[in-house]
Design a protein around this ligand. Structure first.
Ligand SMILES: [Zn+2]
Length: 290
């Protein structure tokens, strides 16, 4: 996990250096399309469709949360050079707070809504009614996001439309394979319930017949009464694993795990290497639900 984060950081840093060199690149080098995205999983989607025609900038860096991250002045400047912004498009705080300000820096930017055509579901947090923003944790939703990205790149750069569509089709095949694999791994688990600190897995749970119980309340640490309700529920359902995202404090999750004689397992909804990460997530679920 640590190694991967470092790798992503280096990759992102290299991408930035490449992007900044490009502006002064000699004329014989083909100009790449600057594409900004909100979160790391979208970076893989854009890179797989855009190939060597795009330079991708991720606004929310590794380890940061799209619910709380604040843009830096350097990112504002960088965004002024981008041609396309691929927003997640679900109601995610980073975009609600910053997108208008970011787009004001660059009025010609083409905005692609990755959530277009995706059915949003209610958030699992009963104390925070609203739509669940974590659309990308379902590979079926990822397919729609990739199609929206392809349409956007083709609009920004119609000359290379065929190239983008070929890449899109290859990646959609990968996502189909992932979906089949995950279905085979998780189906038969029955309508099983899992506990997770930050409830980012609602779409994943919906698609594979699972039930998500979040520990957070209104995006904050849970109250004691809610913690004991969760512990009772976990004992009742014989739950032995408490999932947590790497960027969150694990104390509450560990407290619950101790009470139920279980353990804490880290799964990352924001990892950059999407296909590989989702396979690891599915394997972690499979083990936890057995
Ligand atoms: Zn989240």
């Amino acid at each position: 996990m640590f190694k991967r984060t470092v790798f992503i950081t280096i990759t992102a840093a290299l991408a930035m250096i490449v992007a900044s060199c490009n502006t002064a690149a000699p004329a014989q080098m083909e100009e790449k399309i600057g594409v900004a995205v909100t979160i790391l999983p979208q970076q893989e989607f854009v890179v797989r469709v855009g190939g060597d025609k795009v330079d991708v900038t991720v606004m929310v860096p590794p380890g940061a949360s799209p619910h709380t991250y604040e843009v830096t002045p350097a990112q504002m400047v960088q965004l002024s050079k981008a041609m396309v912004y691929c927003k997640v498009g679900s109601p995610i705080e980073f975009e609600l707070a910053w997108l208008d300000k970011l787009l004001a820096q660059n009025k010609d930017i083409l905005v692609v809504d990755c959530s277009k055509g995706i059915d949003l579901i209610q958030s699992d947090d009963p104390d925070e009614p609203g739509m669940d923003p974590h659309i990308w944790t379902s590979p079926r939703n990822a397919k729609i996001m990739v199609q929206n990205i392809c349409a956007g790149l083709s609009q920004a750069d119609p000359q290379n439309r065929q190239y983008y569509e070929n890449n899109r089709d290859l990646y959609l095949k990968n996502l189909d394979e992932l979906d089949v694999e995950m279905g085979a791994l998780l189906n038969g688990a029955g309508a099983q319930t899992f506990i997770v600190y930050h409830p980012a897995w609602g779409y994943f749970a919906r698609d594979y017949g699972l039930q998500q119980l979040g520990i957070e309340q209104e995006g904050k640490e849970p109250k004691a009464a809610y913690m004991s309700r969760l512990i009772n529920e976990a004992r009742l359902q014989n739950i032995k694993v408490v999932f947590i995202s790497p960027e969150f404090d694990s104390r509450n999750a560990e407290a619950i795990a101790r009470e139920i004689g279980g353990r804490v397992v880290i799964i990352d909804p924001l990892a950059g290497d999407y296909l590989q990460n989702m396979r690891e997530v599915a394997a972690a679920f499979k083990e936890a639900l057995n």
